[in-house]
Ligand binder design. Sequence first.
Ligand code: T46
Length: 135
Amino acid sequence: MVIGEIVFKKFNIIENATGNLISLEKGNLPFPIKRVYYIYNVKENESRGFHAHRQLEQVLICVKGSCDVLVNNGHAKKVIKLDDPSTGLYLKGLVWREMHNFSSDAVLLVLASDFYSESDYIRDYSDFLDLVTNS
Ligand code: T46
């Protein structure tokens, strides 16, 4: 089991007179990317997440609009507003996460260290607390 880790990543912006570009490649991410997915068109007042991962590492980037991410490592909780495409939220292992308050235009891009596997998910909060306590 991987102990939960929560870190902000600030990406380099390549700016010119026409606009901005951010390039994420091997070397400026904490893991090699195996999967990319994005969440969008989240309905008003709907929340997502409510789970942790056993091993998975991910970087969450709100590339458009905004959302709030509640992160909880079993000892402390905080709510982080993602509203800047040049900032990523790196989550590793045992971090309970909930995504709330999506703006109607929000696009949450997620870079993942591994393929989708339901067996890596912990979807029951009391199981999560037990695992944190025993890790
Ligand atoms: C996470 C947060 C930030 C797939 O088939 N493939 C995939 O790659 C993913 C991510 C999901 N799915 C399926 C599993 C469910 O039947 O899509 C459905 C919705 O997934 P879920 O309810 O887990 O989605 P969220 O938005 O609650 O959570 C997602 C990720 O699953 C999760 O790893 O950390 O975004």
